[in-house]
Design a protein around this ligand. Structure first.
Ligand code: ADP
Length: 490
C-alpha cells in the first residue's frame, strides 16, 4: 500500500518528552496508523532534552525570523518516530518542564513558544519543505490550536483535525499579544479565537479545524455540557456534527507484562505475586491481609486524589494498602506525604516522576485507583488492565468507556474487569474500596477478573482504523473541493 502523509503537531511525544497521556498518544499514533496507509511526521518543540536525545539531526528549513526569533527546523528519526523538531533556542533551550519554570509557574512566554510551533506547522502544511507536504494536519491540544489561523492567513487549505486531550487547558493570553503573535485582527471575534476579551489558542483550533476529535466517546458527549465543557461547551455544541470521540489505545509492545524488562515478566495473574512482593519491599509496606492498590498520577484537582485521602480508611481499615507515585500541586503532595507518615507500613508515597517505577507498580498492584473528577480518556486504567491491576475508577469520560464494572450481571456472565463508582464523592469511593477488598478475598473471582482485565483489548486495534478513515474522508473532501484548481485549463 502506498503511504499518505499526515503532519502531527504536539508539545509532547513519548519517549522523548512526556508529562502525561498526551505524550503517550502522540508517540504511539505513528506506528498505529502505518499499517492503515498513513505515515505521520510529528512536529515537536526542540526542548533542551529533546535536542540532546537526537542522533544526527538534519537541518531541513531555516527560519531566520519566526515571530521575531531565529529558528531552524530539524528532521530526525527516533525509533519508529519520524520527527520534525523546531529548534528555536530563545524559546525552548531551557531547563525545566515543557510548560513550567522551576518555581512551578507557567513560562511567561508560553503563548509565543507554542504560537511559533503552530506557525511552523502552517508553513510546512503550505509546502515549505522540499519534497514533502501533508494531506492532513493533526493538531493536539491548545499548543497546536493556532495552526488553522496561520494556515488561513497564508491561504493554505490543507484539512485539519483538532484533538482535545483535555479541555481544561485553553492556552489563554492577553489580547495585547495579537501583534507579537502575528494574529489577524479579523480572527478576534466570537466565531474565531476571542474568548472573554482574551486570545484562546484552544478555541482557535476548535473553530478553525476541519474536524474535531476527543479521546473517548463519553468525553465527547460530556464536552457539550456546562459541567465538563469548561466554558467551551457552546463552541463545541456549534461543531457537534464535526466532533467524534475516538478512544485512546496504549502501546502494547512497550506495555507488555510478558516481555517487560522493568519487571519480573508474567503472562497470567499468578505471575504477579513476585512483583507484588518486590513492590511491597520497595515501598516499605508490611505483609498484609488486603489488596495492594496503586496510584500513578499527576497530583491535581482533576484527579480526585483529595477525595481518596478522605476515603483512605475504607481501604486501610480492611487491610488494604496504597502505594502512590505522583507530583504536581504542592498542597496535595504535602497532604499525601502526611498520609504516608500517619499510616506506616500501609500507605507509602513517592513524590516524583519515574516511568520505570510506574511499570513495577502496575505489575505488582492488585488494583489501580483513578477517582478523577473528569477524565478525557485516562491511560493508567489501561495499563492497569494490561498488567492485571484491576481499575477502580470514577465512571466518567474514558474511564466509563474502558472498565466493565463488577456488578452482579457482569460477574454472572464473567465479563467484569474492574470497579466503577458514581457519583464521584467520598461515600461512593468508600463503597468502591470496600468492594475491592471483598472481591480480593474471594480469590477465584478476583483471579477471574484479573484474567478478564489482561485479555481486554487496550491497543490501537479498534481506534487506528477510525483515525485512518477520518484522515481519508478529510483528504478526499479537500480533493473534491479543490479539484478545479488542478484541472488542465485546456
Ligand atoms: P494525564 O494525561 O491527565 O496526566 P493519563 O492517565 O492520560 O493522565 O496519562 C498519564 C500518563 O502519565 C500515564 O502514562 C502514567 O503512567 C504517567 N504518569 C503520571 N504520573 C506519573 C509519575 N509520577 N511517574 C511516572 N509516570 C506517571
Amino acid at each position: 500500500m502506498s503511504s499518505r502523509a499526515v503532519l502531527a503537531v504536539a508539545s509532547e511525544c513519548a519517549p522523548l518528552v512526556k508529562t502525561g497521556g498526551l505524550a503517550d498518544v502522540v508517540g504511539a499514533l505513528p506506528a498505529a496508523l502505518e499499517p492503515h496507509g498513513w505515515t505521520i511526521r510529528t512536529l515537536i518543540p526542540g526542548y533542551r532534552r529533546v535536542l540532546s536525545a537526537l542522533k544526527r539531526p538534519r537541518v531541513v528549513l531555516d527560519l531566520p525570523d519566526l515571530l521575531g526569533t531565529p529558528a531552524r527546523l530539524l528532521a530526525a528519526r527516533v525509533g519508529d518516530l519520524d520527527l520534525l523538531i523546531l529548534d528555536a533556542p530563545a524559546l525552548f533551550d531551557r531547563d525545566g518542564s515543557p510548560y513550567l519554570n522551576a518555581g512551578g509557574n507557567d513560562w511567561s512566554d508560553n503563548d509565543l513558544r507554542f504560537a511559533a510551533l503552530s506557525k511552523t506547522a502552517a508553513l510546512i502544511a503550505g509546502g515549505a519543505l522540499t519534497g514533502w507536504q501533508p494531506e492532513v494536519v493533526h493538531l493536539h491540544d491548545w499548543q497546536a490550536g493556532l495552526v488553522p489561523v496561520y494556515m488561513a492567513a497564508a491561504g493554505v487549505t490543507v484539512p485539519s483535525v483538532m484533538t482535545i486531550h483535555n479541555i481544561a487547558f485553553h492556552g489563554l493570553t492577553a489580547a495585547s499579544r495579537m501583534t507579537a503573535l502575528e494574529l489577524p485582527a479579523a480572527g478576534f471575534t466570537l466565531d474565531g479565537f476571542e474568548y472573554w476579551g482574551h486570545i484562546s489558542a484552544l478555541k482557535a483550533g476548535l473553530t478553525g479545524a476541519t474536524a474535531i476529535t476527543t479521546v473517548s466517546p463519553t468525553y465527547a458527549h460530556e464536552l457539550t455540557t456546562p459541567e465538563f465543557g469548561m466554558g467551551l461547551e457552546g463552541v463545541i455544541a456549534t461543531r457537534r456534527h464535526d466532533l467524534q470521540g475516538i478512544l485512546n489505545g496504549i502501546d502494547t509492545q512497550t506495555w507488555n507484562p510478558a516481555s517487560d524488562q522493568a519487571i519480573r515478566s508474567f503472562a497470567s495473574p499468578g505471575g504477579k505475586a513476585a512483583n507484588t512482593r518486590a513492590l511491597r519491599a520497595e515501598f516499605g509496606l508490611d505483609k498484609s491481609r488486603g489488596p495492594l492498590a496503586v496510584v500513578i498520577s499527576r497530583l491535581s484537582d482533576q484527579k480526585g486524589l483529595d477525595l481518596l485521602l478522605q476515603a483512605l480508611p475504607a481501604l486501610t481499615g480492611r487491610g488494604g494498602q496504597l502505594a502512590l507515585l505522583g507530583s504536581g500541586d504542592r498542597r496535595l503532595e504535602n497532604a499525601w506525604l502526611s498520609a504516608g507518615a500517619a499510616n506506616p507500613g500501609m500507605v507509602a508515597v513517592r513524590i516524583g516522576y519515574d516511568e520505570t517505577l510506574s511499570h513495577r507498580m502496575y505489575a505488582g498492584a492488585d488494583a489501580v485507583l483513578v477517582p478523577s473528577r473528569f477524565e478525557p480518556c485516562g491511560l493508567t486504567q489501561l495499563y492497569g488492565l494490561r498488567y492485571g491491576a484491576l481499575p477502580v475508577v470514577a465512571r466518567t469520560g474514558g474511564l466509563a468507556d474502558t472498565v466493565i464494572h463488577a456488578n452482579a450481571a457482569a460477574l454472572a456472565v464473567g465479563c467484569a474487569t474492574g470497579i466503577t463508582h458514581r457519583p464521584n464523592c467520598v461515600p461512593s469511593l468508600e463503597n468502591a474500596l470496600a468492594q475491592l477488598c471483598d472481591l480480593w478475598r474471594d480469590r477465584p473471582t478476583f483471579t477471574r477478573l484479573q484474567r478478564n482485565a489482561m485479555k481486554h483489548p487496550v491497543g490501537w486495534g479498534a481506534s487506528a482504523p477510525v483515525y485512518a478513515r477520518l484522515y481519508a474522508r478529510l483528504a478526499e473532501q479537500h480533493a473534491d473541493e479543490h479539484a478545479d484548481e488542478h484541472e488542465d485549463p485546456a
